[in-house]
Design a protein around this ligand. Structure first.
Ligand SMILES: [Zn+2]
Length: 453
């Protein structure tokens, strides 16, 4: 009870009304964790039918699209009928923004936003202001699964110019004495100040993007001694965590790793991980499909591995129906999660869809293939980033650990050239640091080539 009231008392931002609604939403999210899967699906499909009807009746973009496809709202009886509708691409949102807004949306319901974007261009859209309590509830819920309350000190790895995270740290720090490690210190790769901060703050949770957690864990391991006070868990979001980072964190902290998955365009978190490390979906807010086809294909059929296409069941002001979010994932098997929760599962999240290296032979090699190859070199590197501006050449920017000169460069370029195949030159460029994007994220690949986005 104490824990609950702390969550409500301290996590809550915004007006009293928003907090009250968020508490109600949180109660439903908790109930849904162990509800009958058939009942969850029935609720989800009932919301879906209402959304499709609403979109047809009040949103010009969908009315025209469905008329063109010869589909009426009555044809969409459930999730399995969704492939009758075309995919909504980022470029459609960009070109048809006005037509995507409901005729019946009140100005006060529209919350204009722009994504920060990592590799993609920024995207303008409207959130539905009425979904704010739901979003808040999904965030509380994900922290609850990690066993973290706002009374727990947190160490947040901050970003340059990341006002959201900085304000979160400031607020958290004021309430319960959390702390942040400035990016400068993480970049310095000096174990002493990092370990000193960890032991002074004794955080219950370390929060950050995987690319920064990676550097933090390396610094802790390099200090050469076990931490006197370990956090209870590590929490990440916004980027996918590679196996190399996972292993480093296991070595440095030996604590569970939690994550959550969402996007600025959506009305809340789409999925979050449980203590068993599995991704549980949020059917109270979304329908998640995994579909075949190249990025940008309007046709999309169910697949075992492929593009994530998400329908937001909550945004009525500007509905997102079958929205291609730009991530790749896999369907979960039939087995139940050992955590006992009945919420549907997602298999894996495999990163961004558009992170491709285009080769001289015209192939598109997913960055994840190259990331796997890089695993063999990570004992010599702090971090790296792929950059491509010409089809014949890939540049790998690396921050070496210690003094590994030409041998490393030689070995790395030979290995990656073998992975990419004929005609490609891989240039390895050692640097002192890799700068983050204005959002604070570090895309694994920066490319100026057309990636079919
Ligand atoms: Zn689970």
């Amino acid at each position: 009870m104490l824990r609950t009231s702390l969550i409500h008392g301290l996590f809550a931002l915004g007006s009293r009304l928003v907090r009250r609604q968020a508490r109600r939403e949180l109660a439903v999210l908790r109930w849904a964790e162990r509800a009958d899967p058939d009942e969850l699906r029935a609720r989800q499909e009932s919301r879906l039918r209402a959304l499709i009807r609403w979109a047809y009746d009040t949103v010009p973009y969908y009315r025209q699209g469905m008329d063109r496809a010869g589909v009426s709202p009555g044809d969409i009886r459930g999730i399995d009928d969704l492939p009758l509708l075309p995919v909504l691409r980022r470029r459609d949102v960009r070109t048809d923004l006005d037509a995507l807004v409901s005729d019946r949306a009140h100005t006060r319901d529209l919350l204009p936003q722009v994504t920060s974007g990592t590799s993609a261009e920024p995207l303008g859209f409207h959130r539905d202001r009425r979904t704010v309590p739901f979003e808040q509830a999904t965030k509380w819920h994900s922290m609850e699964w990690a066993g973290v309350t706002p009374a727990d000190p947190a160490l947040v790895l901050t970003m340059e110019r990341d006002s959201v995270r900085v304000s979160q740290v400031t607020w958290w720090g004021r309430m319960v004495g959390g702390a942040s490690i400035p990016l400068e210190v993480i970049y310095s790769r000096e174990p002493a100040p990092i370990v000193e901060t960890l032991e002074r703050v004794t955080p219950a949770v370390v929060l950050g993007y995987p690319s920064l957690l990676h550097l933090l864990a390396q610094a802790v391991l390099r200090s050469g001694r076990p931490l006197r006070a370990r956090p209870r868990c590590v929490f990440y979001q916004a980027e996918q965590m590679g196996e190399d980072t996972r292993q480093l964190i296991a070595g440095a902290f030996g604590v569970p790793i939690f994550s959550r998955y969402g996007a600025a365009e959506l009305s809340g978190l789409v999925a979050q991980t449980c203590e068993r490390g599995r991704w549980h979906l949020n059917p109270e807010g979304f329908v998640v499909e995994i579909v075949s086809g190249e990025p940008g294909d309007l046709q999309a059929r169910p697949a075992q591995r492929g593009r994530l296409v998400i329908t937001d069941l909550r945004n009525m002001a500007m509905p997102f129906i079958r929205y291609e979010i730009g991530d790749i994932g896999t369907v979960a098997g039939d087995e139940k999660c050992p955590c006992g929760r009945t919420l549907p599962l997602l298999g894996e999240l495999d990163g961004r869809i558009w992170e491709w290296v285009v080769t001289a032979a015209g192939l598109r090699v997913p960055a994840i293939i190259l990331q796997r190859a890089m695993r063999f070199h990570m004992d010599l590197l702090w971090e790296y980033q792929f950059r491509q501006d010409r089809v014949e050449e890939l540049e790998v920017v690396v921050v070496p650990i210690g003094d590994h000169g030409e041998d490393l460069q030689e070995e790395l370029s030979r290995h990656l050239e073998a992975v990419l195949g004929g005609g490609m030159t891989v240039r390895v460029t050692p640097v002192a640091r890799i700068l983050r994007e204005p959002s604070g994220k570090r895309p694994v690949l920066k490319s100026t080539l057309d990636q079919g986005r």
